[in-house]
Design a protein around this ligand. Structure first.
Ligand SMILES: *Cc1c(COP(=O)(O)O)cnc(C)c1O
Length: 242
């Protein structure tokens, strides 16, 4: 346990250095970027250590794993972010612990999240919804790993804004592995920032830009991301894909 704590503290310090350096290089203040640690596949005991080390934002991508972990850690001052593809039959569980969902990508999911949020009594504390953008999706389409094509963002944001219990909070993307942006994370994140500017024009408070992971957080910070989602660089390489 103590070893794990040292390991996590060292990793966290290294990631913190990378974010600070990226901010400095981009002429941005360090507090313009929020670190979200992606704790998927790692136990609640790690989440507890991270909280003791000062982490305040954690993310998960599967409700089956996240729900019990969040329950075990409900005494900690953490905001839980849901970043995985989300089935409508899981939303009733997700709204119980998540402060923000980063993977909103279709009307049906908005309808389900809204109904669940209202039922969970979240009319006051609205669930923040980030629209996941699939930069490699065809016009009018969706990405293979979720996400709406760029030209569907504004319409979906309007649907979220009208939905009870929800608020449009911003955009999320994962740098595409295929298509014109493959291997060009900086170009992908620059494109995301353009879409984010359009979104803010229509919904000024939807100002979160969630981009960048362990491998490409510098590109995301340089482009203007407000939130980076870092997993393996803090917790170690995951034993399985997730
Ligand atoms: C796993 C995951 C991350 C973190 O990825 P790392 O490469 O481990 O930093 C970020 N975003 C999403 C959506 C993820 O599923």
């Amino acid at each position: 346990m103590t070893d794990r704590r040292t390991q996590l503290a060292d990793n966290l310090a290294r990631v913190e250095e990378r974010i600070s350096a990226a901010c400095a290089a981009a002429g941005r203040e360090r507090d313009e970027v929020t670190l979200i640690v992606v704790t998927k596949t790692y136990p609640a005991s790690d989440v507890r250590i991270l909280a003791e080390l000062g982490v305040r934002h954690v993310a998960e991508n599967r409700d089956q794993d996240a729900a019990p972990k969040a329950a075990e850690c409900s005494d900690l001052p953490l905001t839980w972010h849901f970043v995985g593809q989300l089935q409508t039959n899981k939303v009733r569980s997700v709204v119980n612990y998540a402060g923000l969902v980063h993977s909103v990508d279709r009307n049906r999911l908005v309808t389900a999240l809204s109904a669940a949020a209202v039922k969970a009594g979240r009319a006051e504390q609205e669930l923040g919804c980030l629209i996941q953008v699939a930069l490699d999706a065809e016009s009018g389409g969706r990405g293979e790993r979720g996400g709406v094509a760029p030209d569907g963002v504004l319409e979906l944001a309007d649907v979220i804004a009208k939905a009870e219990g929800l608020r449009p909070a911003g955009l999320m993307t994962v740098a595409p592995l295929v298509g014109p942006y493959a291997g060009r994370p900086r170009a992908a994140f620059d494109r995301l920032m353009e879409i984010a500017t359009d979104l803010r024009g229509a919904h000024p408070t939807a100002n979160m830009v969630s981009a960048g992971m362990s491998a490409d957080l510098e590109d995301a910070v340089a482009a203007g991301a407000t939130h980076v989602r870092v997993g393996s660089a803090v917790l170690g390489v995951r034993p399985r894909l997730g």
